[in-house]
Write a protein that binds this ligand. Structure first.
Ligand code: GLU
Length: 500
């Protein structure tokens, strides 16, 4: 028999209704606000398809977002009930699973998630990762929540995705994005596994996990490392350097990085290790500049100690950080959020090369100004693809249930040692212990991941630039990357056929 609700339960229900009523006007309404980011992505798409010869209907299908799941769910926060708004967009199903991160930010809305999901489709195609694009977002500022609360929000979001089949190793595979990291990915994997007990590939439902939870070595640094490989290719492209009137190579190139999160930190670190001089780092609460160069590891230690990059003793702090975007430099790396370079500041940007570490940091209008000024823009869909490339490797590791290098590392070492022994015997000369170790060493998981990433970034650069150099109608690298990507997706649709 159904019992009537207790006084306590009734009170709780009233409180819940009040919470929902309080939030309904401001927060619960489906946000239809127009997001210029989606406009920019679509404008770039349109610019590229004008150069392609595919049926209009097919191009329309590639452009639209296939499905979006908008959800609102209650989470208990500090004894109260909070209604949380979240999304998952699956932009394209031409290859499965869909792939793309989940971001936690106050600014998340449906159009932003759709724009980011579309970029994921184009990004995966450009670097030959066999996935469709997806993206998720939860409208919260993670800084306002305890770890416990974030775990509850993340697990509840995962359950909502499971209920609608918006997550799974062969369906849709999230990853970290702005405001999330390996910790959140581990919670997602654990929640999914609890519901999919018989799914032997359950761990492949999400990437960017900690290494101890099925992650792959090298994933955390992958986006920054990929950016480094991309820039390295560009500065060693003789034709491009001649056009930009820059010396060949990274050595001595002055770099400014906006954002000192996972992408910005690793990009700055690798660029510096490659010989560049990082003269400025910009964060939300200020920037630090030093024309002689900033030691990235030491700046990071300062940030960990004080909670901010500002007041770093080895550099000058600039309160209005974003003005540093306009400083003189050779390479600017916007690696924070979208729309950071806009019509308000584009004309003042002096960098010759702009490498987009973030997704959509330059608006379409701003890009036109930059291109007119002769800047070379390296687009996000290629430059920051390192993350999803290594996510692909993690997914492969999870479905093959074996660590990269496990089967052949020792064998490789044995062969190399035998080779060194033979050379020593034939020449009568012997190597030092360090030299011997360096030559004989077999590749471990991180070596294999980094090598796969480097190869992908180099070959994608070559394919994109082949279009850039060979087609006079292609005036910039973004259009070349879009042409490369859309053409591959169109070919895939054409060979698939349309069902039914
Ligand atoms: N969030 C990252 C991106 O925008 C990674 C996506 C992934 O690894 O699936 O590319």
């Amino acid at each position: 028999m159904k019992s009537s609700p207790s006084k306590k339960d009734k009170k709780k229900t009233v409180a819940l209704k009040k919470t929902i009523a309080k939030k309904s006007a401001a927060e619960l309404a489906l946000p239809t606000a127009h997001n210029p980011f989606l406009d920019s992505v679509n404008r770039y798409f349109d610019k590229a398809v004008a150069l392609l010869d595919h049926p209009t209907g097919l191009l329309d299908q590639i452009r639209v977002c296939n499905s979006v799941y908008y959800m609102q769910f209650p989470v208990r926060i500090k004894g109260d009930i909070h209604v949380v708004q979240a999304w998952r967009a699956e932009h394209s199903h031409h290859k499965m699973p869909c792939k793309g991160g989940i971001r936690y930010a106050d600014s998340v809305d449906q159009e932003e998630v759709q724009a980011l999901a579309a970029l994921m489709t184009y990004k995966c195609a450009v670097v030959d990762v066999p996935f469709g694009g997806g993206k998720g977002g939860i409208r919260i500022n993670p800084k306002n929540y305890t770890v416990d609360e974030l775990e509850r929000v993340t697990r509840r979001y995962t359950v909502e995705l499971i209920k609608k089949n918006f997550i799974g190793p062969s369906v849709d595979v999230p990853a970290p994005d702005y405001g999330t990291g390996p910790r959140e990915m581990a919670w997602i994997a654990d929640t999914y596994q609890a519901f999919a007990k018989d799914e032997i590939n359950a761990l492949a439902c999400v990437t960017g996990k900690p290494v101890g939870q099925g992650g792959v070595r090298g994933r955390t640094a992958a986006t920054g490392r990929g950016l480094f490989y991309a820039v390295h290719e560009a500065v060693n492209d003789h034709e491009l350097m001649k056009k930009l009137k820059l010396d060949i190579g990274l050595a001595g190139k002055r770099v400014i990085v906006q954002g000192f999160g996972n992408v910005g930190y690793h990009a700055a670190k690798f660029l510096r290790e490659g010989g560049a001089i990082v003269i400025g780092i910009i964060e939300w609460d200020g920037a630090v500049v030093n024309p002689k160069g900033i030691n990235i590891d030491s700046l990071n230690e300062h940030r960990i100690k004080t909670g901010s990059i500002t007041n770093y003793p080895e550099a000058k702090t600039i309160k209005h950080g974003n003005t540093v975007l306009e400083h003189e430099c050779d390479i600017l790396v916007p690696a924070a959020l979208e729309s950071q370079i806009h019509i308000g500041n584009a004309a003042k940007i002096k960098a010759r090369i702009i490498a987009e570490g973030a997704n959509g940091p330059i608006t379409a209008d701003a890009e036109e100004i930059l291109l007119k000024k002769g800047s070379f823009v390296m687009p996000d869909m290629y430059v920051n693809a390192g993350g999803v490339v290594v996510s692909y490797f993690e997914w492969l590791k999870n479905i093959s249930h074996v660590r990269f290098g496990r089967m052949d590392k020792r064998f490789e070492e044995g062969s190399n040692t035998r080779l060194v022994n033979t050379v020593e015997k034939l020449t009568g000369k012997s190597l030092s212990v360090t030299e011997r170790q360096m030559i004989a060493r077999g590749a471990d998981e991180e070596d294999i991941v980094n090598s796969g990433l480097e190869d992908t970034m180099i070959s994608s650069y070559q394919s994109i630039m082949e279009i850039y150099y060979s087609n006079p109608k292609v005036k910039d690298m973004r259009v070349a990357a879009f042409v490369n990507s859309i053409d591959k997706i169109a070919q895939s649709y054409l060979s698939l056929g349309i069902f039914p």
